[in-house]
Each structure stands twice: as C-alpha cells, then as structure tokens.
Design a protein around this ligand. Structure first.
Ligand SMILES: [Mg+2]
Length: 321
C-alpha cells in the first residue's frame, strides 16, 4: 500500500525531504539551506531578480497530465521563464506546496526531486519551502535570480524595432486543448530559454515571455512601451503539430493565441538585428522575425499576407474570463 501524506504527516515528510536535499553537495553560496526557520544565502553583487508563479491542479492541469516529477520540473521552468525574459538566471528557489492528505507521499517526494533537479540543472538551488493541506495539488515557486549583463524590461520597445520570437508556437497549446478534451497526449515541457534570454538582453529594447499567448503578451509589451505592434501571421514559427492539426491561416491564428509556449518575444532595434547573424548559433533555438513595433496606440494587430487584420477571437489566456 502506498503511504499517503496522512500516514506520514507533515513534519516527518518535511524532515525526510530536508535530509535528502541536505545530502546534495554543498553550494558555496548557501550558508543555511532547507530545514531551519529561514534559508541564508550569499547574494551576488549585482541586482537581485525575484519572481513567483503557481501551478494549480484543476486550473493549470488535471490529475494524470504529467508525472509528479514532471510537475516539479514544470513549476521550476515556468518561473525560470520569467527570469529569462529579463535576461536573468535563477540562483535560489523556494517551493510552497499544498496537497490533499490522500496523496501518496512518494508522489510529493518525486515532485520535489523533479523541482530540485531542474533547479540544479539551471545552476540554482532549492533552499526552502512549505507544505500545507489543501483540496488539490498546488505548487507555488519563488525564484531568486541574477543577471550577468543588463536587465531588460517590457517597457523599452520603440517604433521601428523588429519583433522576434524564439522557438515555435502552438505545440503546447494544442496539447492542452487535446488533454482538456480527454485525450492522452504528452504535455510538452516549457523550453527554458535562459541562454537565449541572457544573450538577447544586451541587444533588446524590450522582452517578455510568451506564457498566455503571443498576441496577449505582445499587448503587455506594447502597453508598457506605449507603442503598437504588427504581427505577420505568415511569418509565425507555427509548430509542425499545429500546422498538421489546423493548416494554413487557422494554424497561425491558433499558435498566436494558444499560450503556454514559454518562448521569448523580443523587440530589437535595427543595429541589434545586424548583430544577429553572429549570435544565432549560440542561442540554442530558432529566432524568427514575426513583426514590428509601430507608433501609436498600444494595439497588437495580426495581419495576413495582404496586410489585412485577422480577427483573433481572444488574444490569449485569462484566469478570470
Ligand atoms: Mg512572464
């Protein structure tokens, strides 16, 4: 019989996880790791980046979509994506968990291990957290990060900048649509564009990660920058699976609004574009020109080949609509 959380109890479970995390090789910058009232870390000299994001059963995923280890990895990745979008890299992490008492303790073990491994793979450390009982699994991570170079926000895009996006769009959105319909398909992992973010940040006027859909996240960038954007549907790097499922303009429309891509959208001035040929090989992913920043109201228009606006039914994901 699997041991459930209610058999193990909060403190015994935490004690076990803390012992396991403490058994990992010591990190130079962790003075006191998990297990005390607070972690003590040695911050770097530069600016400190902070971000938090949650992964909630029943909201972001349903039971059975991913193994506990993959949920842990995913919780790390979606947070790291926000750091990548600023040109930062994760250094330390906190993990707050809610779980029902009937969850097998081994599932939560695997989730924490998945998170801690993903953190370590990215050069970061899980240094603390919390566990509480809740009706569903809820995974809230907080990441601290640093930037080796300049930090880039959403607000610096100017008319004349070109808009580029990393990787491809629509693959995860399509998988989520199928999973919601009850089909058993893999839920792709976020791509983790830390390297691309770090390399693009010094060149970029503005950057954002595409978590809620390209059109919607481009809108955030435009509002912060006080400019508009034109996206060319025919130029979007639509994922192959998405092309097969929809074909033609419908695939581009879906890819532009589906969300969960965790790619980077970056506004580059012309002189930065000239530096791209040398940079491309080092990014570790595709980088595609998808449109441009234009003067005027902060509106994002998705245009077809003839320059006519395509009607987007909804720009992307919204928790409350
Ligand atoms: Mg973001």
């Amino acid at each position: 019989m699997a041991r459930l959380l209610r058999d193990v109890g909060e403190h015994a479970w935490i004690g076990r996880v803390v012992r396991r995390l403490a058994a990992a090789p010591a990190a130079r910058r962790v003075a006191i790791g998990p297990g005390d009232d607070a972690a003590v870390i040695r911050p770097g000299r530069g600016a400190l980046l902070l971000t938090t994001d949650a992964l909630l059963e029943g909201v972001h995923f349903r039971a059975g979509w991913a193994s506990p280890a993959m949920l842990g990895r995913r919780a790390f990745a979606i947070n790291a994506s926000d750091l990548a979008a600023m040109g930062g890299e994760p250094t330390f992490a906190l993990l707050a968990l809610e779980a029902p008492a009937t969850l097998p303790a081994a599932d939560l073990d695997a989730l924490v291990t998945g998170f801690a491994r993903a953190a370590r793979d990215a050069g970061a450390r899980l240094v603390g957290g919390n566990l509480a009982r809740g009706p569903h699994l809820a995974i809230t991570a907080t990441l601290l990060g640093e930037a080796r170079g300049p930090i880039v926000g959403r607000d610096g895009a100017r008319a004349g900048d070109a808009l580029y996006v990393t990787g491809t769009l629509g693959r995860t959105g399509l998988a989520v649509r199928r999973l919601r319909a009850g089909r058993r398909v893999p839920w792709p992992m976020p791509p983790l564009r830390l390297r691309a973010g770090r390399l693009l940040a010094p060149l970029a006027h503005a950057m954002i990660d595409v978590s809620d859909g390209l059109v919607q996240d481009a809108g955030h960038l435009c509002r912060a920058s006080g400019a508009g954007a034109e996206l060319l549907a025919a130029c979007l790097p639509v994922a192959a699976a998405c092309r097969r499922a929809f074909g033609g303009p419908a695939a581009a429309l879906f890819a532009a609004t589906a969300g969960e891509d965790y790619e980077l959208l970056v506004a580059l001035p012309p002189r930065a574009e000239r530096a791209l040929p040398r940079l491309r090989r080092r990014l570790g992913c595709r980088l595609t020109r998808v449109g441009r920043i234009v003067a005027g109201r902060p509106v994002v228009r998705l245009l077809d080949r003839a320059g006519r606006p395509l009607a987007a039914p909804r720009p992307g994901f919204d928790h409350f609509r």
